[in-house]
Every structure is written in C-alpha cells, then in structure tokens.
Write a protein that binds this ligand. Structure first.
Ligand code: ATP
Ligand code: MG
Length: 553
C-alpha cells in the first residue's frame, strides 16, 4: 500500500495550521494558493508545492486558488498557462478560484499611489547600474538616492507619467522608502514598479509599467484572503518586505508567509529557465520529452498522478534544503505500476527460434493472466506457434557463470508455455547468430518436466502473431547527481539518455493499446504507449522505469 493511502506523515506547516485553527485565527479558515509564473511548464518541484498547497487546503476543508503570477510579459504565454492548468488537474487537484496577478493591476496601481501619498514610496531616476551601486553590500550600508527626497506631489506626477507612457523603459522605477542601511538588502528601498512597454497576453497594451514580484505577491494574497502563503526558502529574506507592504497599506487581511525547502532531485534540474534552455536548444524533444522532470514529461513517460503525489508525501516538508535521490521517485512509480499495470510480453531485440518438432501450421492459444496477483485484471490469449522470438540476451553461446537462460544444448521455459531445448545455432557468414533450432517438450505446458529441473524462464512472442513496435529506452538526463556543480550544466547531459529500438516485437494483444496505456513488459520494465508518436500501425512505447533500480551500486 502506498503511503498516500496511509495517515499522512506530519510536517511543520501542518502544525502551524492546526495551531492557528485551534486559536480560531482567520475565523477558522484555511485558504492557500499555488502561484506559478506562466513562463514554462511545471516540474516535479512544482508538484511538491501543488501537493502541499492543495493538500493542506483539502485536509482542513479549505480552499486553494490557482494564481498565475503574470507580471513578466516578455517570458509568459497562453501556452504555458494552459499547460499549467492541465498539469494541476491531471495531478488530481481542483482550484477554488483561478486568478491572475494581472487581474489586480488596477488595484495594485491604486495601492502604489496610496504608498506614495503616505510617503512610503518614491519615483527614482537612478539608472539600474546606479541603483546597484547605491544598494551597498552585505557588510556596507547603502546610499540614499537623491530622488528619495522628492515631494509626494512630484512623485505622484512622475508615477502618473510612468503609467501614461511618458518615459522610456528603465528611465524611472517606483521604490519603497524603507531603509538603505537595513542589514536585509531586500529592505533597502526595493523596486515596486518598473517601466516595460511590452504587450501583455491578458491586458494587451493597457499597461507600460508592471509591478514587481514582492509588491504583487503579498497584495494578491491579501486580496484573495489567503491565510497561509506557502513559498520556498529563498523568500525567507523577503518576508519582512511582504509584511512591511501589507502593514503600510492596511490591507483587509494579512496572510502569513511560511517558507519550506525547495525540492532538489538528483540527476535532474528543477528550474524553468534551464528547462526552457534544454527545450529551446533542442537537447530534448520539447517540454513533454519523457526525460524531462516536467509533469508533462513524466506523464508522457508513463508516470501516474498517484505515484507523483505519493512521492511528494514521502519526501515531506522541511525547513532544510536536501537532495532527494532519484530512486525515491522511481520507487513510487514502480510500486504503483507493479500493483496496477497489466503484464505483457515484448521482445526488444528479437532472436528467431524455430521449434522443429512443432507442427508447421499449428497455433495454440494459451490462457495467461494479466496480473499474477490480481485475477480481476482478467486473462488474455497468447498464440504459440512454430516460430518464436526471444530476446538476444536470453541466449548465450558461451554463457557466463550462473547463466540461467538458454544455452546450446540447454533447456529453458518459455513463460506461461513449454520447455524448449536448443539443438543448433545458425549463423550468417559474418558469424552472427541469426536463428536457433530447438525442440519442445509437449508434456511441459503448465507442468514440470519429468526427471529434470529447468530453472530459467524467458519471455517470448510468436513471430507470425507479433506486432512491430518502436521502444524508447530512457535513462537519466544527466550523468551526475548535481548537474549544476558543473561550470555549465549542459556539459553534464547524459549522451545516452535515449536509446531507440525500432525492431522490437510485442504480443498481439497489445494491438488495441491506447495512448497512455501502461504495462509491465515481463522481465524488461514498465512501459507506456507514447501519446504523441504512437500509431495503430506502429506502436511506440516509452520506458517509464526499469523493474529494479539499475543505478544502485
Ligand atoms: P523556477 O525557477 O523553476 O521557475 P520558480 O519558483 O520561479 O521556479 P514559480 O512558477 O514562481 O517557479 O513557482 C510557483 C510555486 O512553486 C512557488 O510557490 C515556488 O516556490 C514553488 N516551487 C518552484 N520550484 C519548486 C521546487 N523545486 N520545490 C518546491 N516548490 C517549488
Ligand atoms: Mg519564478
């Protein structure tokens, strides 16, 4: 049983929320939000945040909103918004409300005017370089901008000009007037608005100035009545600013920001910017490439929502950064598919085997159960005939020690079928094995052979009944656990992350498999019908995960 079906393990955020509820804080309500920027597809790190935000809300009969943080129009798109909605839904969550930071542009602007009016913000004409220079360092205080002393009227006039498009991009910024000597650099008069004459996917050309994250986020949370604003640790140092803005504005509610550790997963990268680079420079075949740690990539690879939710529950929520092993994620999908995926036989690299004592035109239909532990998954008929295909690997002319598969003169069982014996090896003129001549023992169907032990069992398909398939074997996208430890993480790409087998043969019962269907190919791994390239004439399968952890030492 997967742990998501058990009692959830506890975490410090759950404790905070439970405590707040017992104090009847926020009138006993829990409202969270998941706030992605629509500048790429969601990845497994986002899944952690989604499971946390939606999960906490569900656990306490609260609501979770989906809010697009769409304040950087250059990098954002409708395609990304649609992909995000699809992925959240696919993971099994329903938002209470769908909002956009851009829904609040007018209100945000009014709040900015209020800050200016109360003397808490000013329009600065310093160049971006000067602003950086004036900011100071961790050890030295910053310097005040000369524009800090402009009057409220002057600031209001300039801010109106910013809105009206009177100035060039970068000519002015609106800054909070806090403390240029604060030990927290985020409090040294942070920028609240910048001029960007960019078309916005939702507000069109209405705006040529856009609010910054720190200004937008806390106010959007307050407008929506968010009670617990859960975000990743890098925002911890922004919390004083979050609280400062809401205090100064006396917003109707004052959400509590709580930070937790980002997911860091070995052998992969969770940064939309870098994932975008992989896509744009064609190191992978799109955002939904099965090697990508995106939700879309994992879905296409054959991951289930259950496995991803289970993973998020298992890794827990902490305040401390840590690396999670890929095996943790892979074990979640293995466990789910082991329990739920029907079995099938597929021969990835076929070797022909002719059973000489089997009648030429005979075909037997063998009844085989679809799942060894789950009779409710039914049975299927698998044809057996004179010419069989087995895996090249399952025959060895000079076998290594303890080899339990087929050898010259040896016997092996064909799974769910007969015991066969190899009598002769046929080679081409280059010495490659092209065919095995075998015999079968007709008394071994569902029975042990008499007077001898046959240990090995191998999978197979009947040549004439089998179907052609392309099989894509995916491996880790990066060679090393932490790709970002390389100077250029692209140098850490695994050159062998995809192996395509185009001559594979699969059992006939798979003819009706649909895009997204998942199977355990016996002895080989878990596979899923590719949702993009698979056709009725040539099925394409993606390997979701190997049967065992082949990376473990
Ligand atoms: P990226 O750098 O990949 O774009 P981000 O944090 O900028 O990440 P957002 O779209 O702003 O991406 O994130 C939406 C939410 O998901 C935020 O609350 C963010 O903290 C959370 N999130 C993003 N990455 C992770 C991660 N690796 N682990 C946990 N939560 C994450
Ligand atoms: Mg971001």
């Amino acid at each position: 049983m997967s742990s998501s079906e058990n009692q959830p393990s506890s975490n410090f955020i759950r404790h905070i929320i439970a405590q707040d509820l017992s104090n009847n804080k926020n009138d006993g309500k829990v409202i969270t939000r998941f706030p992605p920027e629509p500048n790429g597809y969601l990845h497994i790190g986002h899944a952690k945040s989604i499971c946390l935000n939606f999960g906490m809300a569900a656990e306490y009969q609260g609501d979770c909103n989906l809010r697009f943080d769409d304040t950087n129009p250059e990098k954002e798109s409708v395609e990304f918004m649609q992909a995000i909605e699809r992925d959240v839904q696919w993971l099994g969550f329903k938002w209470a409300g769908k909002y956009h930071a851009s829904d609040y542009f007018e209100q945000l602007y009014d709040y900015a005017v209020q800050l200016i009016t109360e003397g808490y913000a000013y329009v600065d004409s310093l160049t971006p370089e000067q602003i950086r220079e004036y900011r100071g360092t961790l050890t030295e205080p910053g310097k005040e901008s000369p524009d800090r002393s402009l009057s409220v009227e002057q600031n209001l006039a300039l801010f109106t000009g910013m809105r009206n498009g009177d100035y060039a991009d970068g000519q002015y910024v609106l800054r909070a007037k806090i403390d240029m000597a604060s030990p927290n650099i985020n409090m040294r008069d942070p920028a609240l608005y910048r001029i960007r004459s960019t078309h916005h996917q939702r507000t069109g050309d209405d705006w040529c100035l856009y609010p910054m994250y720190d200004f937008t986020h806390c106010i959007s949370d307050a407008i929506e009545g968010i009670t617990h604003s859960l975000c990743t640790l890098e925002f911890e140092a922004h919390r004083p600013l979050y609280d400062w803005i809401l205090q100064k504005l006396q917003t109707p509610s004052h959400p509590q920001q709580i930070e937790f550790a980002r997911l860091q997963l070995e052998y992969t990268i969770v940064s939309k910017r870098k994932l975008a680079q992989l896509v744009n420079e064609k190191h992978v075949n799109g955002w939904d490439d099965p090697r990508m740690p995106t939700i879309a990539g994992m879905r296409r690879a054959g991951y289930t929502p259950t496995a991803i939710r289970d993973f998020c529950e298992r890794i827990g929520i902490t305040k401390k950064d840590s690396w999670i092993e890929m095996a943790v994620l892979e074990n979640c999908i293995r466990e789910d598919l082991n329990e739920n995926a029907p079995r099938a036989m597929a021969v990835l690299n076929p070797l022909r085997l002719v059973i000489e004592n089997y009648p030429d035109d005979q075909v037997e239909m063998l009844n085989v159960s679809n799942h060894p532990q789950k009779p409710e998954l039914g049975i299927r008929n698998i044809p057996f005939s004179k010419v069989i295909l087995i895996e090249q690997d399952d025959f060895a002319e000079t076998p290594p020690p303890k080899y339990k598969r087929l050898i010259d003169g040896g016997e092996v069982r064909l799974r769910s079928s007969y015991v066969i014996k190899c009598n002769e090896i046929i080679k081409d003129n280059k010495g490659n094995i092209i065919e095995l001549r075998c015999s079968y023992d007709p008394h071994t169907l569902g029975k042990k052979p008499e007077g001898r032990k046959v240990k090995g069992v191998i999978h197979w398909v009947s040549e004439q009944h089998s179907l052609a398939a392309e099989i894509r074997l995916y491996d880790r996208l990066f060679r090393i656990a932490n790709p970002e430890s390389e100077q250029n993480y692209l140098d850490a790409l695994n050159p062998d992350s995809l192996e395509t087998l185009s001559n594979s043969r699969i059992e006939a019962s798979l003819a009706n498999a649909d895009a997204g269907d998942r199977f355990q190919f016996e002895r080989t791994g878990y596979f899923c019908v590719d949702s993009v390239d698979s056709t009725k004439d040539k099925l394409v399968f993606n390997r979701t995960v190997t049967l065992r952890d082949t990376w473990a030492k």
